[in-house]
Design a protein around this ligand. Structure first.
Ligand code: NAD
Length: 285
């Protein structure tokens, strides 16, 4: 039986087994983060590593660039805390659209580390086009990465969690674009792919709950990254898009650290099948 925590521990008169902050510890946990070479993926990977996890960042480049290596070095130099929070960042090249390769990548992480506890299926691409003009090729490409790639990633980690009997946490990066249509933007394929991610999280959560595996999604609003730099910021749309949320600005990638850590950790053990929006209030309007 799990040791009592919270009020139950206080009433039992026992010393607290786990205080509230220690619930966020990821000591001895192993994570896979796709799209972990930059942007939101790298930021969430760093957050997990700071909490003690060994994090495998999977992305397209065959070798990580100097920025990624700097972040890896930063993690290596973090002091080891009393809770033994000694995280590590590793890099593996991979393409989320290759199902067999994704399953094999997760197998090899589990073989090396003995487990996978956390999966962040985060890799994604953005492509805009008028809905009546969308070519089959472009539409399929977006769905291939953003929907199929998310499924293959979640499957890859989930299969190892099931095989090893690990009560893991799978987190899918969706977007508010899966719940709303971004005003003035023609993002049909992206929006459809993110709606698919939202439903995938719900379906997987219900199937995998009996195995102790949780599945949730995160829906960011506009966040400054290479993706939005190319699509929106360099095209002078920042002011117009910022005005679409009550906070009047784009979010920063580091503003997703808290939700990533909460969903990945034992601080959220009763949360599954849920989408959490981090959007400066955009969907409240
Ligand atoms: N930035 C935003 O405003 C925003 C908002 C909502 C949701 N999102 C989602 O967050 C996720 C991360 O976006 P970001 O803003 O960091 O973008 P980004 O373009 O900076 O990062 C995306 C990463 O995914 C990788 N990637 C793309 N295709 C891949 C593939 N086939 N296999 C493996 N890796 C692949 C890229 O190489 C890149 O490193 C995406 O799913 C995106 O749709 C972003």
């Amino acid at each position: 039986m799990a040791a009592a925590v919270g009020v139950a521990a206080a009433l039992a008169g026992s010393p607290p087994a786990r205080t509230s902050l220690s619930l966020f510890s990821l000591a001895d946990r192993v994570a896979l983060v796709t799209g972990g070479h930059r942007g939101i993926g790298l930021e969430m990977a760093l957050a997990l590593a700071e909490a003690g996890a060994v994090v495998y960042c999977l992305d397209l480049p065959t070798q990580p660039d100097s920025d990624w290596l700097k972040v890896q070095d930063y993690v290596a130099k973090l002091p080891v805390s009393e809770q033994n929070l000694k995280g590590r960042l590793e890099y593996i090249a991979g393409d989320v659209t290759d199902q067999k390769a994704m399953w094999a990548a997760a197998e090899s992480i589990a073989a090396r580390e003995g487990k996978i506890n956390i999966c962040m299926a985060n890799a994604g691409i953005l492509h805009g086009c008028d809905c009546l003009e969308y070519s089959a090729e472009d539409f399929r490409k977006v769905l291939d990465v953003n929907a199929s790639g998310v499924l293959f990633t979640a499957q890859a980690a989930g299969r190892q969690m099931e095989r090893l009997g690990i009560p893991g946490s799978i987190i899918l990066t969706a977007s508010i674009s899966g719940s709303i249509t971004n005003p003035t933007q023609h993002l049909l394929a992206y929006n459809a792919s993110k709606s698919a991610v939202l439903q995938m999280a719900r379906s997987m959560a219900c199937e995998l709950a009996p195995k102790g595996i949780r599945v949730n999604s995160i829906s960011p609003g506009y966040i400054v990254s290479e993706m939005t730099r190319g699509a929106f910021l360099q095209t002078g749309l920042e002011a117009r898009l910022s005005a679409q949320n009550p906070m009047g600005r784009f979010g920063r990638t580091d503003e997703l650290r808290g939700i990533a850590l909460w969903l990945a950790s034992d601080a959220s053990t009763f949360c599954t099948g849920t989408d959490i929006k981090v959007d400066g209030g955009q969907c409240a309007w």
